[in-house]
Design a protein around this ligand. Structure first.
Ligand SMILES: [Zn+2]
Length: 64
């Protein structure tokens, strides 16, 4: 499989393993960058990840 530079991958640095996670499944964009479900900012804090839904404005992409 060729390496697609456009393929999103988890950019979380796993300090214990001295490498980036680079998982490619379930990647979503977060403030620090693309993250897999195991390494979202919420997951790293031990909190459930907020899910987008009705009335949840965080994922609006409106131009200023
Ligand atoms: Zn990850």
């Amino acid at each position: 499989m060729k390496d697609d530079p456009q393929r999103p991958e988890c950019r979380h640095w796993i300090g214990a393993e001295q490498r980036h996670c680079r998982a490619g499944e379930g990647i979503r964009q977060y403030i620090p960058g693309p993250r897999c479900p195991a390494h979202t900012p919420s997951a790293l804090l031990g909190k459930p990840d907020p899910q987008p839904g009705p009335g949840w404005p965080i994922f609006r992409q409106e131009a200023p």
